[in-house]
Design a protein around this ligand. Sequence first.
Ligand SMILES: [Zn+2]
Length: 204
Amino acid sequence: MKPVNHHWIARDIIGGNSALDLVNTVSGWGYDPEDWVPEVASFLVWARLSGVLNERERKQAARLAESSPAAAERALASVKELRFALWGLVTSLQQRKSAKASELSVINEWMRRLALSEQVALKCGRIEFVPNRDISALELIGLRVTAAAMALLKNPPAGQIKTCPGENCGWKFLDRSKNRSRRWCDMAVCGNVAKAREYRARKG
Ligand SMILES: [Zn+2]
């Protein structure tokens, strides 16, 4: 996969769920895929922008990555494994195919880690699940994506998870439009490119 140091902007976060946003850190799934988080630095920019980490946690993660680059690389590699597994599982769900055992085993492992990483607490009259003290900000990224994936996939919004048909895109998103008519990740990006291509084809 080609590493690309993408300049992340808020408009890139279109999945509607962190699990889909993680899948969307690859552009061109199924075509000529590019990895848009080739390094820990861009990974942390994505984690902040997508809301997976808050600013305090992003700073903690950046400090950790500075003091222990090897641990940060391992965390990134592990989240990328989760990314592939989620892409595979969501694609199988969309295509009504059976899931691959290797992908399920990666997600199961993350679910185990998630279960071991938090404890229940009662805060201001509400039950909350809070991370154990020994969980680092770097580990939080994959754990939060796993929690988001579980929330999404346990109650699959049938027909609502879509894949952008744009050339070299393949991003996934939750279609929350009223009549489920959303087609593109971003009309201004893939939609207009496709429209221009159709226009040229008609003219040509
Ligand atoms: Zn697209």
